[in-house]
Design a protein around this ligand. Structure first.
Ligand code: ZN
Ligand code: ZN
Length: 89
């Protein structure tokens, strides 16, 4: 790599149900906290479609069939989920 990607490196993944740090995953492979491993969630895209949960070497992200890859921040804002520390990103 010729340059270093700064953003996303120290991103704290948050549980979509409570906003606490996600340390494990639910059955959808979505990062959640230990309290919410049994819960599932359907995340909407801004276009109204549903987001697919995808995994890359950089971590979990979302894909919309129409809009393409969606960041956590965008998905969180669209779905009005608890936000703790996105200001730091
Ligand atoms: Zn939780
Ligand atoms: Zn979309």
């Amino acid at each position: 790599m010729r340059y270093r990607k700064v953003y996303g490196q120290s991103q704290e993944i948050q549980c979509p149900f409570c906003g606490n740090q996600a340390t494990t995953k639910n059955s959808q492979q979505l990062p959640v906290c230990t309290k919410h491993t049994g819960k599932e969630i359907n995340l909407k895209c801004v276009c109204g479609g549903w987001l697919d949960i995808k995994e890359s070497k950089h971590g979990t992200f979302f894909i919309c069939m129409d809009c393409g890859p969606i960041s956590w921040k965008k998905a969180w804002e669209t779905n009005d989920l608890p936000i703790r520390s996105f200001e730091d990103l």
